[in-house]
Write a protein that binds this ligand. Sequence first.
Ligand SMILES: *Cc1c(COP(=O)(O)O)cnc(C)c1O
Length: 378
Amino acid sequence: MDRIPFNVPALAGRELENIREALEKKFHISGNGPFTRLCQEYLERYLGGGQVLLTHSCTAALEMSAILAEIGPGDEVIMPSYTFTSTANAFVLRGATPVFIDIRPDTLNLDETLVEQAITPRTKAICVVHYAGVAAEMDVIMAIAERHGLTVIEDAAQGIYGSWRDRPLGSIGQMAAFSFHETKNIISGEGGALIVNDPALFERAEIVWEKGTNRAQFQRGEIARYTWVDVGSSFLPSELIAAFLHSQLENGPEITQRRVAAWNYYYDAFASMEETGSLKRPVVPQSCTHNGHIFYLTMRDAEQRDKVLKTLQSTGIHAIIHYVPLHSAPAGLRYGRCGSNMTHTDSISSRLVRLPMHARLDRATQDRVIEAIRSVLT
Ligand SMILES: *Cc1c(COP(=O)(O)O)cnc(C)c1O
């Protein structure tokens, strides 16, 4: 039987035409050109506010957010341990200490009830992750941040087209970061975007984005020449990437719909196995609309998870684990510290399995995955 891959990156339609157009009609393939602006305008319209700068990755956007939040040596940033390394690296690169707190066992997002007790006089920011496109408890987190004068940064790498109380993910914190990496819902190979929701930060954001220069103002004809005015780096993607991305964004709602349909099919199929206590399905609170980014199951224990992985692997189905917690990773031990116990982080990461998920997944393929798991459990 055919192997079942975990992810299949797919063209949405106009990507190659757009790239040709960037080369032949627009004669512009470096950054901050016509396709970059089209993508940024699309995202600004979609988010309903906030200003957007395309970046070459979500990692880059998070690094920009750390500069813009004026994070420096000795500062602390509260974040989950159950996340990707970039969430922490962005702040460690500025000399700050990530303070890891545990996740909620239902949404696997940072446990908002543990945030306040982790705050110290050195705390500067909270970086939330919307795991699997399901929002963290943003009302509570924004209120805590306001009370303590902290910046909230949304690591919305997985969050595009997800929402919280009808507000798009990425539009809630002072800043947010999207990822368009090949493994995400909307792709450009590598790619990302910084969302600046606090207008006071945008002028500097453009400068940091353009290698510390006021080149963006120059391009708009606002100044006669551009010069070095602040710190910065090369955070722009090339127009070839933006040209590709624009076609993906134009088809974003449809891509999301397909993923959510596949997600719902898994969700219904595993209901009976959840009833017998063999596994747990993802939890999406009423306040959240998710985007079908990840379908995961949590098994009873690590042993059963590993058995499931092994069986799937032997039948050619590529299922995977997810984050190895940052707090106990070699760099996490060196650069970070724990701001709470890590009971759920440690337990969930040893029991979680992610099933094949992409926009082209068909129901017959999903049936094979579902049956393979049923065979392990019964
Ligand atoms: C994918 C991901 C990133 C990194 O995104 P890149 O675009 O590859 O830099 C960061 N944080 C989270 C939570 C992610 O899932």
